[in-house]
Design a protein around this ligand. Structure first.
Ligand code: FES
Length: 354
């Protein structure tokens, strides 16, 4: 009891783990000194070799984590215990005390370690075999790379090769349309601008023409429609140009006047007859063969002196004023008319004595 009280916590843990067995993997914090050598065949726990366990126990007692060297030392101790079980048998088995092996660890183990291993097996082990024995509980023995039996390589199942599919015929990619050349684009834009501009020009031109026509119509509406009538006075020529018994018709179309050199009530006169029928205003025709004026509308007839004698005309034809102008020519004035039924033919302005 006096010895147990002196044990540290690490030593107690090491002793407890030693009881579980040396086959368990060494964990961090475990110490080689606390792992007792157990003879699996006899079930007797061999007393630990104090000189070998001392360094690990010392470290565990110090609370440090075992290094690789410590783990190796523990494995070697385990191997030595398994290999030298016969050597360990003569010794009296000690009671399974967890405190005692831990107490014996401080002894110098490194000095006796080579003797224990070399004396039992006499085989120099390499690090790989020792680690394999320690970690997996595998069979001890020298396992080197040369000794290691290569694992048979499982042949891979032959994969039936699928027949190659016929090569797919990929249709050629359609060529991308080339962008329109810059000049073509410019030509289109210029064409559009010209077209729009021309349409606008045509529209403005039409608007201008319409405005001009409207202005002309407005001006025509503002000014009255004045007919250009012939002058009321006009010269028909000299007196010698109108022989006796002659009816001059060349002024009918222009002036609407017959100039006649005829006899009226026993007096030879030159007078101007108006070419308007007194019935409804038609223009009679001079019939030279019949020596009369004949109205084509209703058949009224007038003699050479203008007296009506047939047809619906109610009265004789009218006369215009006539005189001899300063230059000796006969001048007709249409602004003045003379009617026979009213006795106006007796006015000297209505005739010129021939
Ligand atoms: Fe001359 Fe009627 S108009 S006859």
């Amino acid at each position: 009891m006096a010895e147990k009280k002196k044990m540290s916590v690490a030593e107690i843990l090491a002793a407890a783990r030693a009881e579980k067995g040396s086959a368990e993997p060494v964990k961090a914090g475990d110490t080689a000194a606390t792992e007792p050598a157990v003879d699996s065949a006899a079930g007797v726990e061999s007393p630990p070799s104090q000189p070998e366990k001392k360094p690990v126990a010392a470290k565990a007692a110090g609370g440090g984590r075992p290094s690789v060297a410590d783990i190796l030392a523990m494995a070697r101790q385990k191997g030595a215990a398994e290999g030298g079980a016969a050597a360990a048998k003569p010794e009296a088995p000690k009671p399974a005390s967890t405190a005692k092996p831990a107490a014996a660890k401080p002894a110098a183990a490194k000095s006796e370690k080579p003797a224990a291993t070399g004396g039992k097996t006499g085989v120099q082990r390499d690090t790989a075999s020792i680690l394999a024995a320690a970690r997996g509980g595998a069979k001890p023995g020298p396992v080197t790379k040369a000794e290691a039996v290569p694992r048979p390589v499982k042949p891979k199942p032959a994969v039936a090769k699928e027949p190659l599919a016929p090569a797919r015929v990929v249709p050629p990619m359609p060529s991308r349309p080339k962008p329109a050349a810059k000049s073509e684009v410019e030509d289109r834009r210029s064409f559009l601008s010209y077209a729009v501009g021309s349409f606008m020009a045509v529209g403005f031109t039409a608007l201008s023409v319409t405005g001009g026509l409207f202005s002309l119509g407005l001006a025509r509406f503002l000014f009255p429609n004045v007919l250009a009538e012939p002058p009321s006075r006009f010269k028909v020529g000299f007196k010698d140009g109108f022989p006796s018994g002659k009816v001059e018709t060349k002024f009918v179309a222009q002036y609407g006047v017959w100039v006649v050199n005829g006899d009226f009530q026993g007096e030879q006169q030159i007078y101007a007859l108006k070419t308007v029928c007194t019935h409804l205003g038609c223009t009679p025709n001079w019939l030279e063969a019949e020596q009369k004026f004949k109205c084509p509308c209703h058949g009224s007839g007038f003699y050479k002196d203008g007296i009506n004698f047939e047809g619906p005309a109610p009265r004789p034809l009218e006369r215009y004023a006539i005189r001899i102008a300063d230059d000796g020519q006969l001048e007709v004035d249409k602004s003045r008319a003379f009617q026979e039924e009213m006795g106006q033919w007796a006015d000297p302005s209505s005739f010129i004595p021939a």
